[in-house]
Write a protein that binds this ligand. Structure first.
Ligand code: BES
Ligand code: MN
Ligand code: ZN
Length: 504
């Protein structure tokens, strides 16, 4: 889809469709008022007769309105005016996109910048409109024999400016939105693919393809032998039960002088989590193909960085393997030595995410990172605690946690912090090794992060538990691409703040 800005007044725009907002309580938005006036009260009559309420997510498509140049006018319900904000825009606008895909218009003008509440930033509003349109028109068809074939696919969206002076701010928002959407789509595609296609090798090949596509990227893939040489005993313990070769992806984005310390993003890449010998129950086990969503999201974020040519350095590390039962698989009670040298008693083979992540955290020291953020579908407990709305956030650096919290709000991809107090660490005590890999039923998300914190003592680190946010279950089952918007926005801001000086 192409996005541009346009000037002019609603009633005079020659376009296939014009989208205008209608509030439930306050009635017509500025553009709707102009259309109403030019059509001698067509819209106000519709509303007063009770044919359109302006309720959120309601819409109405009108043809050939008298006095209006546009072929169609699409009314978008906005709900109550003082409650209209980014979440409402997202819901209303997604519905509109889906309706537009089913109608004859392919090139449209959206009069939605004017709906921005005063406290919102115009670039962010444009970013959200772009990202939302891309999200709503995403369709997974890679493993369907019939591909999506729309008769009139939406191909061009023009945002009507209120003033010419908004142009550059809106254009910037569109650019961010498009880059984020590319990252989100990549993450969704990878996560939606089944485990028999999206194997560790498939993920590694995807990273290699990315490095071919963008000059700013370089890739290195470690295989089982490399991991053995390095001593990644924890990661290898998870891979023991799998016939697929494990891969450790290192994808580097260079956007500035190589002297600048990078931000390292680590993503969990379990391409299928059966639980291993501590096998999971059968119900919904298919959803464990999504256990590589963290890895997919860091690859997606790197793509967005490369698209935007951000001036900073970022490294994505994705440890990839399956977690399966087998005669050769790790058993409860087995003790392994991690890359850090610390020994781990594996009491539950289903707590495998932390085992692959701990070796990646230790490995990240090779890059002398400024900040390390890991992203993982780590605990069912996080789904119970926060549901599908916020990802869990735990960190050993409150400044980093604060920036992620506020960026989460700004990017409409929220996170919520849980404590990482010393008190919880004792749950990981083992009589036979330096630590156990599980800490009991209580505070499962926190003890998982406590485990990781033992491998992150030398740098600023944050952990995002995306178990509840990475995909939707039920009839709309599918990957969300979270937290690509949060991570990309964080990196945009990091690059802008000049924390990393520009390369001249
Ligand atoms: N991948 C799962 C976590 C998960 C479960 C995410 C359900 C989303 C939905 C992880 O590897 C796991 O199995 N965690 C265990 C840890 C436990 C054994 C301490 C869990 O949460 O049950
Ligand atoms: Mn597991
Ligand atoms: Zn898992």
């Amino acid at each position: 889809m192409d996005y541009t800005t346009t000037n002019g007044t609603a009633e005079k725009l020659r376009t296939q469709a014009l989208i205008v907002g209608i509030y439930e309580d306050e009635g017509l938005s500025p553009s709707a008022q102009r259309i109403d006036k030019a059509s001698e009260g067509y819209l106000s009559k519709l509303i007063s007769q009770g044919d359109f309420s302006g309720k959120i997510e309601r819409n109405l498509l009108l043809f050939a309105l008298p006095g209006i140049k546009a072929e169609r006018v699409m009314l978008m319900g906005c709900g109550e005016k003082n409650k209209f904000e980014s979440k409402k825009l997202r819901h209303g606008w997604s519905t509109i996109i889906k309706v537009l895909e089913e109608c004859g218009a392919t090139d449209v003008v959206a009069c939605l910048l004017e709906l921005k509440p005063k406290h919102e930033d115009i670039s962010q509003w444009a970013r959200l409109m772009t990202e939302t349109a891309e999200h709503a028109s995403y369709y997974y068809d890679q493993t369907k024999s019939k591909k999506k074939a729309l008769k009139y696919p939406l191909s061009q969206i023009n945002f009507l400016l209120e003033q010419r002076t908004q142009q550059s701010a809106v254009a910037r928002g569109i650019q961010w939105g498009q880059a984020i959407a590319k990252g989100v789509s990549l993450a969704r595609d990878l996560a939606n693919l089944p485990g028999n296609i999206c194997t560790p090798t498939y993920l590694a090949d995807t990273a290699s393809k990315m490095a071919k596509e963008y000059k700013s990227l370089t890739v290195k893939i470690l295989d089982r032998e490399d991991m053995e040489k390095l001593g990644m005993g924890a990661l290898l313990a998870v891979a023991r039960g799998s016939q697929q070769s494990p891969k450790f992806i290192c994808l580097e984005y260079k956007g500035t002088s190589s002297k600048q310390q990078p931000i390292v993003l680590i993503g969990k890449g379990i391409t299928f989590d059966s639980g291993g010998i501590s096998i999971k129950p059968a119900a919904s086990m298919d959803e464990m193909k999504y256990d590589m969503s963290g890895g997919a999201s860091v690859l997606g974020t790197i793509k967005a960085c490369a698209e935007l040519k951000l001036s900073l350095n970022v490294v994505a590390l994705v440890p990839c393997t399956e977690n399966l039962p087998d005669g050769n698989a790790t058993k409860p009670g087995d003790i392994v030595t991690s890359l850090s040298g610390q020994t781990i008693e594996i009491l539950n083979t289903d707590a495998e995410g932390r085992l692959i992540l701990c070796d990646a955290l230790t490995y990240s020291k090779h890059y002398h990172p400024k900040i390390v953020i890991d992203v993982a579908t780590l605990t069912g407990a996080c789904v119970i605690a926060l549901g599908a709305h916020a990802s869990g956030l735990l960190s050993n650096d409150q400044d980093l946690a604060n920036s992620l919290l506020s960026t989460g709000q700004m990017s409409n991809d929220p996170v919520w912090q849980l404590p990482l107090w010393e008190d919880y660490q004792q749950q990981l005590k083992s009589n036979f090794a330096d630590m156990a890999n599980v800490g009991g039923r209580e505070a499962g998300t926190i003890t998982a992060a406590c485990f990781l914190s033992r491998f992150a003592e030398d740098f600023s680190w944050a952990h995002l538990d995306i178990a509840g946010t990475a995909w939707n279950s039920g009839k709309d089952k599918g990957a969300t691409g979270r937290p690509v918007p949060l991570l990309t926005q964080y990196l945009i801001q990091y690059a802008q703040a000049g924390v990393v000086p520009k390369n001249k």
